[in-house]
Ligand binder design. Structure first.
Ligand code: MF3
Ligand code: CO
Length: 251
């Protein structure tokens, strides 16, 4: 069942997403060669707790940290560690927040210093594919129109879309119905309606779309070792189209 959220509920989802967006903005300023992903995690946790909110991922199915920090060939769910970021790497940071019973969830991929042209293109196309998907999140469209738009855009630029991980409904749960794939035929699945809240999150690989899980039980990596990028926004569907609840000032 896909929830239709009331205006009051959407305000709470928005409030949690404000904290998520502010956390990502804060982290952007800290990302440079030599810092560790654990340091980023600490900054994020302190900020979220300071806002009277809770990190949504910590403890979720036993996940041990506040953020997911996925470097280079890590696609998503990288666990913060003592690993130092190096010039030229890319890092996907995913932040989730719970406040007043409602969730926010957003992710962004950052460059560490100067990165190659190829990585810049991977990040740009992935971010743009998210907005292609968001543009389809309109009342009267079908759910699969979102994934179809993402896949079409990504593949037109020579990259591949991860299949085994999907976006999701969000609200009083971090993950709720429906699953939001980033690929597929258009015109399928449930009709989109005002009040639905979705986390749309394309994961895009430079090489093959195949991924695998590391022994830590969390980190998802590309099987070919090539880099991957991830952007995510929480949106709601209004009578006037999609509204991005996790909008940030990073761009
Ligand atoms: N944004 C990711 C998701 O929506 C983060 C989940 S990490 C977890 O699935 F630790 F919470 F599982
Ligand atoms: Co998510």
């Amino acid at each position: 069942m896909i929830y239709i959220r009331s205006q009051k509920e959407i305000e709470k989802i928005y409030e949690s997403n404000r904290i998520v967006a502010e956390t990502l903005q804060l982290l952007e300023n800290e990302i440079k060669p030599g810092i560790t992903t654990q340091y980023l995690d600490k900054i994020a946790e302190d900020y979220i707790l300071g806002k009277g909110a809770k990190p949504a991922f910590k403890g979720y199915n036993g996940y041990p940290a506040t953020i997911c920090a996925s470097v280079e060939e890590q696609v998503v769910h990288g666990i913060p560690s003592g690993r130092e970021l190096k010039q030229g790497e890319i890092i996907g940071i995913d932040v989730g927040v719970l406040k007043n019973g409602y969730y926010g969830d957003s992710a962004y991929t950052f460059a560490v210093g100067e990165v190659s042209e190829a990585k810049r293109k991977l990040m740009k196309i992935t971010k743009e594919s998210l907005y292609e998907g968001i543009q389809k999140a309109r009342a009267g469209n079908r759910l699969s129109d979102i994934g179809n738009a993402i896949q079409t855009y990504v593949e037109a630029h020579g990259f591949s879309v991860v299949r085994t991980l999907v976006g999701h409904g969000i609200g009083a749960n971090l993950h709720e119905a429906p699953e939001v794939p980033n690929y597929g035929e258009p015109g399928r699945g449930p009709e989109l309606k005002p009040g639905m809240c979705l986390a749309i999150e394309p994961m895009v690989n430079e090489g093959t779309f195949d991924v695998e899980s590391l022994n830590d039980g969390w980190t998802i990596v590309t099987v070919d070792g090539k880099p991957s990028a991830h952007y995510e926004h929480t949106i709601t569907i209004t009578n006037n189209g999609p509204l991005i609840l996790s909008k940030n000032e990073i761009g």
